[in-house]
Design a protein around this ligand. Sequence first.
Ligand code: FAD
Ligand code: FAD
Ligand code: FAD
Length: 323
Amino acid sequence: MQLSKHELEQRLGHVYDTLIVGGGAGGLSAGIYLQRFRLSSLIVDKGKARSFWMQELQNYLGLPPGTRGRELLQHGKQHYLSLNGDLLNGYVEEVVDEGETFAVRVKVGRQDSIYPVLRAKYLIAASGIIDYLPHLDEMQNVYEYAGYNLHVCMVCDGYEMTDKQCGFFAGSEASIEEMIFNLSWFTPYITIFTHGLFPVSTKLCQILQEYGYRLIETPIKQFLGQNHQMTGVELVDGSVIPLETGLISMGARYHHHYLNGLNLERKGGYLVTDRLARTSHPRIFAIGDLKVGLNQVAVAVGDGAVSATQIWKELRHPRKWIE
Ligand code: FAD
Ligand code: FAD
Ligand code: FAD
């Protein structure tokens, strides 16, 4: 059930089989499998992350292209709750390994917060990442378009950008170098914006010239457009660059602060796992965008199935017909 502060009190003495941090595509999939394995699970979810801002899911088998992430979350939550899974809106702050169990401290309520500690035998880290967006004075102006035709995911939306006038909003030289190989596969009409955040080497400038990509280092004043469709960029010097679409590639924040005390193996910001989605800790699994791999809904959902099945295999035992 959806836990209120009152019901939460009754759960404080309970040891869940698994606590899942994050109720996005991966966490909900894991939760549905765990409940169907007749294990007890709790999903703690802070909300407002990638699957929520995904305005259009374009490549998931069986769902019409353009399905909203919010719809996926709504169905997933209903499905999980119908299987008697526990769901808590809150922010996981810290996980302590107590040997047999994990003690998980959660902040509940943005105001007048309480900080319950919940316990579980296994932990699934399904807390994902969140893309950095250009920091402009009027942030709503970015939010108006981010996730619509101002994309953040090359694999998801490269196809949507085919042969369009595209702005590429870079966070580093490395992101520009990578872009030459991936975005240009979909469209050659690329204008790169550094927003004045970092210098571009002469060598890279030459390469960009050779390919015919424009480089604009003047900071951006605002994105232009209407009805969630970005139509260009106005720079601080007043000039306007018309665009039909855009891709932001400025890095991401990894949602694994709560695991800091556990010294898990990482690669870059991502958690390293084996093919069963297990991290370097035997009772901690990591699924979806937070682990090394492809950041896709299909992968997160698959990881949820694999990790939950493995946990069941480790917890199950034969039941006798006769006492
Ligand atoms: P998320 O969906 O991000 O879920 C993680 C959850 O954990 C969130 O609800 C978050 O709030 C919660 N959380 C984080 N930290 C904490 C904490 N400390 N305590 C409690 N909860 C926490 N993929 C596709 O396959 N096709 C597409 O077309 C596509 N388009 C996309 C478009 C956009 C704009 C974006 C942003 C992403 C897109 N993606 C697409 C990628 C897709 O959204 C992700 O791959 C997917 O959501 C990953 O699922 P996840 O469960 O790993 O993470
Ligand atoms: P965080 O920054 O993750 O949390 C900050 C602190 O708040 C935490 O440390 C914790 O103490 C507390 N906290 C967070 N959640 C909870 C909770 N449930 N319970 C108790 N305490 C909590 N943002 C917008 O606002 N509007 C948009 O339209 C928008 N569009 C976006 C589109 C895209 C494509 C992307 C990638 C991002 C978008 N964002 C948007 C996301 C924005 O960048 C932030 O990441 C997002 O709003 C999360 O902020 P937060 O304060 O909820 O959480
Ligand atoms: P398939 O779906 O079997 O597709 C393989 C295709 O290749 C078939 O169309 C086959 O005809 C074709 N093919 C084979 N050989 C050749 C050849 N030589 N030349 C050309 N074509 C060929 N999974 C779940 O996740 N949840 C469930 O609730 C669930 N319930 C199930 C219930 C039943 C009754 C069954 C049978 C399976 C169920 N499964 C369920 C499992 C699920 O169906 C499979 O995991 C899934 O279909 C595997 O997909 P696939 O593409 O690997 O194989």
